[in-house]
Structures are given as C-alpha cells and as structure tokens.
Design a protein around this ligand. Structure first.
Ligand SMILES: *Cc1c(COP(=O)(O)O)cnc(C)c1O
Length: 461
C-alpha cells in the first residue's frame, strides 16, 4: 500500500513514512493510492466483535508491512485501554431512528483521542525502531492539542509543542493542555484564531531548513494516520445497527473535514452508508461550498462550538482530490487560488461531491435550543458540537437509521452547556481535579521567527 500526494508532485511513501511526514513536500496531503475494500462477509463478521477487533480488520489493509499483525493488535489494545467505557464508542438512542455515537470516553473527552492515542503508539514504535528523536508541532482549536499532549506526554524521543489561539479555547480544553507536568510538553498560546495557528504550522512544514533541523512531525488531522483511526467507528456503529444488511446514515459535526472524510473512506471501503451529512456551525464555509460549488473564505466568528470555528478546512483537499479523479495538478491550482480568497469547483467535481455529501448549518441559537431540547425530550446532555450535529440531522431523518457523532463530552464546554440548559455538567471522576492543577503556558505572537526560535531553544535544553 503506497500513499500519494493530493497535489501529485511529491514522492509516493509507505504508511510509516506518510504517517511520520504529515504534509507532503509539494504542500499536499497523503492519500492511499487505492482504497482497499472489505467484503460483505468481512463486514458481517464484525457483528458482536470488540471495538479493538473491528479496528484491526478495518485498518490492517492500510498499514502494509509497517507493523506485524501482533504488533498492530497490541498497539490497538494499548491505545484504547485508557478509555472510560468498555465499548469505546457506545451508541445511545435519541429517537425512533436516530442514534448518538458517543466518541468522548477517551482521556481528553473528545473524539480526537481515538486517533491520537493510536498515533502515539505507532509513533513510539517507529521511533524506538529507528532511534530517532522528533519534534511534534500541532495547531489546535482545543481538542487536538489536548489529545496530542495526552498521547505523547512523557515519551523519551518526542517533544510536543501545541499552538492554540489565545483566549479562544474553553477552560477545560486549555487546562488539559497547560497542566501536564512532563518537560516534553510545551503549550503555546498564540495571538490570533485557529486558522492563524494552522497557517503557522503550514509555514513551519514548508520551511525545509526548520522542518529538517528540528525533525518536525505533524499530528494534525492532515496526518493520514488520524483519518484512518477514525474510519473504525463508522464500521463499529453501523454494524451494531445491522450493516452490512441494512444501510445507515451519519451526521458529522465538521470543522477540518477530517472526521467526515473518514466516513467517506468507510463508504469507499464498502460500508453501506446512505447519507453523509456535513454539519457546520455559523462558520459554514463547508455548507456554503456544498450548496454553491464555490469555496470562499470569510472571517471566523467565534461560536459556542469552538472546535469547529474554521474557514480553511484542510482535509477538504482530500475530498477534492477524489472529486477531480486523482488529478493532483487540478487540486494544486485550486489551492493556489485559495491563497487569494477562494476557488470555484469545476462542474464535474462539484457533482461528485454533491452525490456524496449533503450538508446543513446550525446558528448559535439553534445550537443552544438543541442542547435544551435534547436534555428535556431525549434525556441527553449534549456538548455544543454534538448539538450542531443533532440539529442538522433532524432535517435528514427518515427510514434509514441516522447516527449523529457526539464529538465531545458536555463537561468540556460547561459554560455553553450551562447557559443553554441550566445544567453544569461535572467532569468524570477520573479527571475531577483538573481545575486545581497548576498551569504552564507560554504566550507567543503570531510571528514565525519568534516561534521557530523558541522551539529550537526548548529542544536544545
Ligand atoms: C475537532 C472537532 C470537531 C471537528 O472535527 P473535524 O475532523 O475537524 O471536522 C468537532 N467537534 C469537536 C468536539 C472537535 O474536537
């Protein structure tokens, strides 16, 4: 299994290389040269299996000979051992044909743990084998950073730097990043919004001297390993509702298009998915794009679902690559246009996307209303991101079971949840002392040279 760049101008890599590299040298993202498929029998055999067993079947065809079967099984087991729920990704019922997939039982209470815990295991194994030391730099709207820190804290051969937008993450998110005591963890509060943080990260990867000098590695959702780990819960949840003998649909609260793209891969692999519904908050560039065929940047307006406050949706490039039939030059040209504000998708590619994704948006008021209503009428206290999901899902309920992804625990966003519902969700007991721990954070300007210097100084220590 080889991985190729969405812009067609970088060498093909193995799974291990693609995972360690993150961004391709031509600025593109890695995708598998062909998407492997599972037979109906293979999917049917998942019924009643553990999450870990399903994870192995789904991911094994993608990793080539990077790890042996036994190594890979052991990594999967370790990755999910720290979750607070035996099912890992349990399904609960909201309404006659509407289900909630709880992806928030990991160590940082958001779905990012599913991928990051596994990435941590895979990086550690690969680095132990090669004897290398790397510097991980991540940009986060809150949840990726805490999940990355949790996955890499205390590892010998890794330094982890996380850039988050100062003042724009929730207190729980911030504390999860600033309270780990391990010296290889560096939380950087940057002036700007998430798109600025993400742009800074891209600049670092595009600066070859810096990238090679610090042995930069990325764990943002551009990392193929992240997408891959997220494909698993589409299978586990669909199978528990009767797939492959029955179709299901999914609604996915979306920011960077990573999670929903994993659903697209699940469908390509043969999982019978009817609708893939993209749910956005008021920062609705993806909804507008799917409605109009034009991807046009506007400013980011902070919302109560901050992990989706984004205008430049990195993983959308992967969907474009498939929509353009694998034409890397066409994707590259669109990404060049994006630098000057936006691009118009060609008719054929737009039709491809329309055939595979539907979309909707939730305003701030609709999000708050959903939190309130779902507590009163369905007995579920939702985080604001999941509330965006159920609001949008309601327009797509029908004969096919709908699974809405609950991407974070409500206690990660207690203020917004309290304002909407009057209930302040407590943290799970295993992390109840989070508010009492000391914080350690460095405030930085949105300035490449300053941040690069800081990173070089810290890793020399
Ligand atoms: C990251 C995140 C999202 C958005 O996921 P993408 O993969 O970026 O689309 C939604 N909700 C929560 C809670 C998140 O942390």
């Amino acid at each position: 299994m080889r991985y190729i760049s969405t812009r067609g101008g970088a060498p093909a890599l193995t799974f291990e290389q693609a995972m360690m590299t993150g961004l391709a040298t031509d600025g593109g993202l890695y995708v598998p040269e062909t998407v492997p498929t599972l037979t109906t029998d293979q999917i049917a055999a998942m019924a009643g299996q553990s999450y870990e067993q399903i994870a192995f079947t789904v991911m094994r065809p993608f990793i080539g000979d990077t790890f042996t079967d036994d190594e890979f099984r052991a990594m999967i087991d370790r990755a999910y051992a720290g979750f607070g729920h035996d099912a890992r990704a349990p399904l609960v019922q909201l309404a006659p044909n509407h289900f909630l997939l709880e992806l928030f039982h990991g160590p940082t209470l958001a779905f990012k743990d599913f991928a990051m815990q596994l990435i941590g295991q895979m990086f550690q194994a690969a680095l132990t084998r090669s004897g290398e030391r790397i510097t991980i730099v991540g940009a986060t709207s809150g949840d990726t950073g805490s999940a990355a820190i949790e996955a890499f804290r205390g590892l010998d051969n890794v330094d982890v730097f996380i850039l988050f937008p100062h003042g724009r993450v929730s207190e729980v998110q911030r504390r999860q990043m600033t309270t780990p005591v391990e010296s290889n963890v560096h939380a950087l509060a940057m002036d700007g919004d998430f798109d600025d943080c993400q742009a800074m990260l891209k600049d670092m990867f595009n600066d070859t001297a810096f990238r090679d000098g610090v042995r930069l590695a990325g764990v943002n959702s551009i990392n193929w390993g992240r997408v891959l780990a997220q494909v698993v819960y589409y299978f586990s949840s669909a199978v528990s509702l009767g797939a492959p003998h029955r179709e299901v649909s999914f609604t996915v609260p979306t920011g960077n298009f990573g999670d929903i793209f994993a659903g697209y891969i699940a469908k390509q692999m043969g999982l019978p998915i009817k609708d893939l519904v993209v749910a956005t908050n008021q920062n609705d560039i993806l909804h507008r794009t799917l409605e109009t065929g034009s991807y046009t940047k506007e400013g980011v307006t902070p919302s109560i679902s901050p992990s989706m406050d984004i205008q430049v949706s990195s993983n959308f490039e992967r969907a474009l690559f498939y929509a353009y039939g694998g034409d890397g030059a066409a994707v590259g040209a669109q990404m060049d246009d994006l630098k000057s504000g936006g691009f118009k998708i060609s008719q054929g590619a737009y039709q491809y996307l329309r055939d595979r994704f539907v979309s909707g948006r939730a305003s701030e008021e609709e999000t708050s209303d959903a939190i309130k209503t779902y507590l009163a009428k369905h007995g579920e206290l939702l985080c604001p991101h999941s509330a965006v999901g159920v609001h949008v899902a309601e327009d797509h309920l029908g004969a096919t079971p709908m699974i809405t992804l609950a991407t974070a625990h409500p206690a990660k966003f207690p203020d917004a949840v309290n304002a909407a519902s009057g209930v302040k969700p407590p943290l799970p007991p295993r992390m109840a002392d989070l508010y009492d721990r000391d914080e350690r954070v460095t405030r930085v300007a949105c300035d490449f040279d300053a941040i690069a210097t800081l990173i070089k100084e810290r890793i020399a220590l």
